[in-house]
Design a protein around this ligand. Structure first.
Ligand code: M6R
Length: 583
């Protein structure tokens, strides 16, 4: 789940190579920030130059501040470490023994040890612990007896695992080679030249059109052309990205996460416009007949659990939501119709479950935010969120947009009027944010030094509690665990003592249960706080069905302010990446 990017620039833009690659990296940083690096071909001195640094893109930008190089081709990488600790040496790009190659890679080369051993026997010297370095040396080896592109083809044919790779060589300084197997890669073109990236969001400011590289394809780009092949040589179908560069900027907000929390109402509104603009939702609802299961990870998993509950309440039938990482254990269930929910559409575990399901002959309904992502393309019907780019690692607005689609699917199935039922949702979120913001901040100021806490719910708010606990954990590093309120007395309550914090995610379904849990914890000295109408974090009074839209946004704000008070960067929590493309 690293981020890779590349640019092949026309003559008058070549002095802009380094700032441009840094700009791409900043937009890709959500994919990993263990280290960052850039490699370019310096056309004046006719050599490859690489700069790389442990830590965020900012550290790399510092060492490049006064560097001026004219470069026709360049590649860049931001790393989420898999093989080898985060360090300057393990940072990408990697090179060969002669420094004639620079390569960056997102994925895992599973046979790198065998390849490395053989290459070492033939005299290649390795300097890093990464799997990626093997690509550079293998290419160097093949280059001894064939032209560069053939050497590249042969290199990728020797690799096992999955990857998106981009590579430059001083032996052909007009081209950037690329290959894709399972990890995402898009191509872009604009007035400055041609580009490659793991995510089109990074190209929004430079590419007027983008196209998706399909699994198993490889080829090259130059400043004004491309070549792509794989099973078939093909013309790419370029399209104009529907997102604007402004959507991928922070604007007046200090962090993307805060901006995206406040974009919740718009994300729902736009998603609703999308739902009502075609009949995909009805086609998808028709596909849900005999056997239906859902798969998803993280926040998407929680959205899907809410869907299972809502669907059961409306139809009397239960759609199991499987945690995508566990789904292979349940592969016999992956048949009939499988609903895969994923913001990025690139989550490895979710895609793996989808592919297992396809082998079982299942039809796939994708619920996805990123247009052109793997899930978007591999689904029989793709129900697209219109949440816009989500840059913060924490999923916020897309959770609400996912719910909007999943609610629509449920309502379509039971013949309810979608416009009438869904239209009030943006207003609920807006009102909830307005009512709760100050209180969420104040509570964060009170709780920020706590180490652990519980988040309790019941009925539909159980899943909201799970989502709030995830948000608190990932952004503020406070250990937050969700339990059904009634379950807490079966073990978790033994942690109750003076000052132990408990947050209650309200629902009107069975309020007594929540009151009882409050009593049980308070009487043991715990501090109990409610996200509920007229309570500690006040929200509008809504029916049980609307609870996720009223209770989750204040929970998101609470986690955000906890992180801020603890001096953390909520957009880039440690050890995480926005889209998890490894297993
Ligand atoms: O792109 P996806 O929705 O498939 O991503 C799934 C999870 O990795 C993601 O929701 C993750 O849990 C977020 N960091 C949650 O905020």
């Amino acid at each position: 789940m690293c981020g890779i990017a590349a640019a092949a620039l026309r003559s008058k833009f070549r002095m802009e190579m380094i700032p441009l690659l840094l700009e791409f990296l900043k937009a890709l940083e959500y994919r990993g920030y263990d280290s960052a690096g850039i490699g370019v071909y310096d056309e004046v001195n006719r050599r490859i130059i690489i700069w790389k640094k442990k830590g965020k893109v900012e550290s790399l930008a510092k060492i490049l501040r006064n560097v001026r190089v004219r470069a026709p081709i360049g590649i860049a990488h931001t790393r989420w470490a898999t093989h080898g600790i985060p360090s300057d040496i393990n940072a990408h790009p990697h090179t060969d023994c002669k420094n004639e190659v620079a390569v960056v890679h997102n994925g895992i080369i599973s046979n790198f040890r065998e390849l490395k051993e053989k290459l070492e026997e033939s005299g290649h010297k390795f300097v890093s612990d990464t799997d990626t370095e093997v690509i550079a040396h293998l290419f160097e080896e093949y280059l001894k007896s064939m032209p560069p592109f053939e050497a590249f083809e042969k290199t990728i044919r020797s690799l096992k695992g999955y990857y998106a790779i981009v590579m430059i060589t001083s032996k052909d300084p007009t081209k950037i080679f690329f290959a894709r197997k399972e990890s995402p890669l898009v191509i872009g073109r604009g007035s400055k030249g041609y580009f490659l990236s793991s995510d089109m969001v990074s190209l929004l400011g430079s590419a007027e059109e983008v196209a998706v590289i399909e699994d198993g394809e490889y080829g090259w780009i130059t400043e004004d052309d491309y070549f792509v092949t794989g099973k078939n040589r093909r013309e790419l179908s370029f399209f104009k990205p529907s997102w604007t560069p402004q959507q991928a900027m922070k604007g007046q907000y200090e962090h993307f996460m805060l901006k995206e929390i406040y974009e919740g109402p718009t994300a729902i509104k736009e998603t609703l416009v999308g739902i009502l603009s075609d009949d995909n939702i009805f086609k998808a609802a028709e596909m849900m007949d005999e056997h239906v299961v859902a798969v998803a990870a993280g926040t998407s998993y929680h959205a899907s659990l809410i869907f299972s509950y809502l669907y059961m309440k409306h139809t009397g039938k239960y759609i199991i939501t499987l945690d995508a990482s566990e789904a292979p254990h349940y592969k016999n269930l992956l048949r009939g119709t499988v609903i895969a929910v994923s913001q990025s559409g690139e989550t490895y575990d979710t895609l793996k479950a989808v592919r297992l399901a396809k082998k079982n002959g299942a039809k796939i309904i994708g619920v996805v935010n990123v247009l052109g992502s793997t899930l978007d393309r591999e689904s029989d019907i793709s129900l697209r969120l219109r949440a816009g780019p989500e840059i913060g690692v924490a999923a916020t607005k897309t959770f609400l947009a996912q719910l909007t689609i999943l609610y629509a699917l449920t309502y379509a199935k039971v013949g309810m009027d979608l416009e009438e039922t869904l239209r009030p949702l943006p207003e609920v979120v807006k009102e909830s944010l307005e009512m709760s913001a100050g209180y969420a901040k104040a509570l964060a100021n009170k709780l920020y030094q706590k180490r652990d806490m519980y988040v309790l719910g019941t009925g539909i708010s159980n899943f909201v509690a799970m989502e709030i606990a995830l948000k608190i954990k990932e952004i503020s590093y406070i250990h937050a665990e969700a339990y059904p309120a009634g379950e807490a007395k079966h073990g978790p309550i033994s942690l109750a003592e003076k000052g132990f914090p408990v947050l209650i995610a309200w629902t009107p379904e069975d309020e007594d249960k929540l009151e009882v849990a409050d009593e049980e914890f308070s009487s043991r000295g715990s501090e109990v706080y409610w996200i509920a109408p007229e309570k500690d974090i006040p929200i509008p009074k809504v029916s049980w069905e609307i609870v996720p839209f009223a209770v989750t946004p204040p929970g998101q704000l609470l986690s955000y302010y906890l992180a801020i008070k603890r001096g953390l960067d909520p957009d880039k929590p440690r050890n995480l990446a926005k889209s998890v493309t490894v297993h």
